[in-house]
Design a protein around this ligand. Sequence first.
Ligand code: IZC
Ligand code: ZN
Length: 444
Amino acid sequence: MENNKIDLLIHNIGLLITMQEGDKPRTGSSMSGVGDLKNGAIAVQDGKIFAVGPEEEVRAQLAGMAITHELDAEGRLVTPGLVDPHTHLVHGGSRENELSLKLKGVSYLDILAQGGGILSTVQATRQATEEELFLKAKGSLDTMLLYGATTVEAKSGYGLTLADELKQLQVAQKLNESHPVDVVSTFMGAHAMPVEYKGREEEYVDVIIHEMLPEVKRRGLAEFCDVFCEHGVFTIEQSRRILSAAKELGFGIKIHADEIEPMGGAELAGELECISAEHLLAASNEGFAAMQRAGTVAVCLPATSFNLRAKNHARARTMIEVGVPVALSTDYNPGSSPTESMQIVMTLGCLNLGLTPEEVLTAMTINAAYAIGRADAVGSLEVGKQADIVVFNAYNLAYLPYHFGINHVNTVVKKGEVVVSAGCLCSQAFDSSAAGAAHAKAVR
Ligand code: IZC
Ligand code: ZN
């Protein structure tokens, strides 16, 4: 029997930004074509978009259908749910101790070389139980949702043993099953060299290739594999070995490339046809050309460069000019980017990378969705895609990056369900007070 019922109609949308149709990443001038229209409406059925467009046209399409629930947007701005394509969501502890070191001029790589940085989070993560990791990550996921993210990638890489990597990935899987936000998992055993492998680095690379990758695959715990290719972390040759093995096993592949030192990581991303390459502050023009040829998305992380007090920024304008699709992400992690807010990334994307508000939104919707293999389901508001929708307390797009450091989200709809209302988590979606208390406990 034909379903003659609309579950949710969002109407009186002052400015509706659909991102137009399509599941391909956008670059060049197409990053500016966001498909905006005034006086819009969106009809939702079974968690998916049934109709979207000017309100008069949508209502005409719904003639004769029952509407269960109506949401008046009161003239506000509506966009697709934001997609955060690069986070280190699941981890133990926090690293505010690094702030004073940073103020004294100690660099991120020096802190790591002294056994701090990622390695201190590895210790905290190994010590934490799965339950503790779950509660802490759930608190962060709640915050991400409150700030408008409806799909989030999560990397492992704070375990660095098979058992501890599996523990992190199982937490991400449980979050995906129990939280309104969709969590897409990436295995990142090659995030740091474990101290116990000092002087035997190639042996750890072998463990990743022969033990970890096959087991993660066998258990279906990650779709992607990522490597931190950086001076003093994993070399180009080690990165090539790990990513080639992952590709062979059927993982999508990603690489932290040329963040601090120019290593040829962008070139490697192109050579191996990575779905995305991340950071890229020190990437060369040849690297951009290789990425362009391979269709690799550049995931830029301006909150990280801000927080590391970097002197330079990723050359996002050049990337867009030469035809590399650009995505944006928080890089949420306890070291280089302790923020869950995609909205602060909007501001930094404009002011530090030189992107327009339209390019920023493209970078955190359809391009971000493509970078984690979800562009067929999310990243734009079009018929048949998931009804992941944000209503902002704003009336134009530029207002979001302009008025910075606060939360503009009014309402979030995830798969057709209202999960954030008047800026607060809806208790019927999950128990927000318990999550907040658990988060506070886990942080202590
Ligand atoms: O914990 O510092 N860059 N990985 C690569 C990170 C930052 C996360 C961290
Ligand atoms: Zn990262």
